[in-house]
Design a protein around this ligand. Structure first.
Ligand SMILES: *[C@@H]1O[C@H](CO)[C@@H](O)[C@H](O)[C@H]1NC(C)=O
Ligand SMILES: *[C@@H]1O[C@H](CO)[C@@H](O)[C@H](O)[C@H]1NC(C)=O
Ligand SMILES: *[C@@H]1O[C@H](CO)[C@@H](O)[C@H](O)[C@H]1NC(C)=O
Ligand SMILES: *[C@@H]1O[C@H](CO)[C@@H](O)[C@H](O)[C@H]1NC(C)=O
Length: 339
């Protein structure tokens, strides 16, 4: 069940920020909807229809999960991955579309023949050119940084997934169970299994909690990139209309300048916000390092507890052997004769 928490938060994020209205935006959640299965769709239709905010959605969803089967929990974990993937794709895609748009406007402006144009109009267009050059370079910078951050986080993930798998995939648990089974003629197996299960379940929860903050923070960040860039994209389309009016001279110089200034005002914060998004992304690397060190520490703790569990299993074996070798001739004989 612990697998579902980041999923819920991501789902709540996706829904609450308007990416999912009656049905998700195809480009954002492409493929996700169909992958959900009917049960998941009913739940999501229900919460989307209620029009609640993200926190309320996560709470409701958690509530309904309390009654759900482990199959559903598994589905939910899969949604989580798909949602994270969709968010990542949406952020990368909106950045790439935005930077293409800005570059195409720059090319139009540079190619425009401004000879014989009045000074007011020329100055207004020059101002746009300067502003877009800065936006172009900060956007490209953010795009490169986002790709780099995602790659580094993915590498880290692969690395600790490998370490966890190595520990988890070892035959330790099976070997221990077999040892107790043999040495107690099966009498200690149930107790040994309970002890080992408790250890494995507890540690698998610890590993998930090491990683879930990173998953959620990354999802939130990519959501924010997507949202911010979408706003700038709309503002740039507006600016393109104004540039077009100026170049085609469908309006006088003063109205050209006013239109340009109004449209540019919407993009005034863009360079600062783009740079800030880059730094927020870099902070994710620190969260990634925390996750990695949490996994490392958890693996070390697990090693220690394994020794502890081995001692408890040894006690089960000793108890069996004591009880079955010191209770008089008859029982001893019985053990020998039945084994
Ligand atoms: C969202 O839901 C939570 C929990 O139900 C509530 O505390 C919060 O005030 C809500 N926020 C808004 C903006 O409605
Ligand atoms: C969970 O199951 C109980 C008993 O079957 C039911 O009363 C309750 O309404 C269910 N809760 C949800 C959230 O579905
Ligand atoms: C956008 O910025 C990059 C990097 O600063 C630069 O190489 C490229 O030529 C710019 N594109 C345009 C169309 O100005
Ligand atoms: C001793 O052996 C008997 C018979 O195999 C078994 O039922 C009992 O649980 C054993 N005692 C302990 C402490 O395991």
């Amino acid at each position: 069940m612990h697998l579902t928490k980041p999923t819920l938060l991501l789902l709540a994020l996706t829904i609450s920020t308007g990416c999912v209205q009656a049905k998700p935006e195809p480009q954002l959640l492409e493929g996700l909807w169909n992958g959900l299965g009917e049960a998941g769709q009913n739940i999501i239709d229900g919460i989307v229809g209620a029009g609640k905010n993200g926190t309320a959605i996560a709470e409701d969803f958690l509530d309904s999960l309390k009654n759900s089967t482990s199959q559903f929990a598994q589905d939910a974990a899969n949604f989580g991955e798909q949602i994270a993937h969709a968010l990542h794709k949406a952020a990368a895609q909106s950045l790439s579309e935005f930077s293409s748009l800005v570059q195409s406007v720059l090319q139009i402006l540079r190619g425009a023949n401004l000879k014989g144009t009045d000074r007011v109009r020329r100055n207004a267009l020059q101002k746009v050119l300067n502003a877009l050059e800065i936006i172009n370079s900060t956007t490209l910078d953010l795009e490169a940084s986002l790709a780099d951050i995602s790659e580094q986080l993915e590498e880290q993930r692969q690395e600790y997934a490998g370490e966890i798998k190595e520990q988890w995939g070892s035959d330790w648990a099976a070997d221990q169970l077999e040892r107790v089974d043999e040495k107690t003629d099966g009498a200690g197996s149930d107790d040994a299994e309970a002890i080992i299960d408790e250890l494995q379940n507890r540690y698998s929860a610890y590993f998930h909690s090491c990683l879930e903050e990173l998953q959620v923070r990354q999802g939130q960040y990519e959501q924010k990139v997507h949202e911010t860039i979408s706003i700038f994209h709309t503002a740039t389309n507006d600016l393109i209309g104004k540039i077009d009016n100026c170049l085609k001279r469908t309006s006088g110089p003063i109205s050209c300048r006013r239109g340009i200034n109004e449209a540019l005002a919407q993009l005034q914060d863009a360079p600062g916000k783009l740079i800030s998004l880059k730094f927020q992304g870099l902070q994710l690397l620190a969260v990634g390092l925390d996750a990695a060190s949490c996994v490392g520490q958890t693996l070390a703790d697990y090693e220690l507890e394994k020794t502890n569990v081995e001692r408890q299993l040894e006690e089960i074996i000793e108890r069996y052997q004591d009880e079955n070798s010191t209770t008089g001739e008859d029982s001893t004989t019985e053990v020998y004769s039945t084994s």
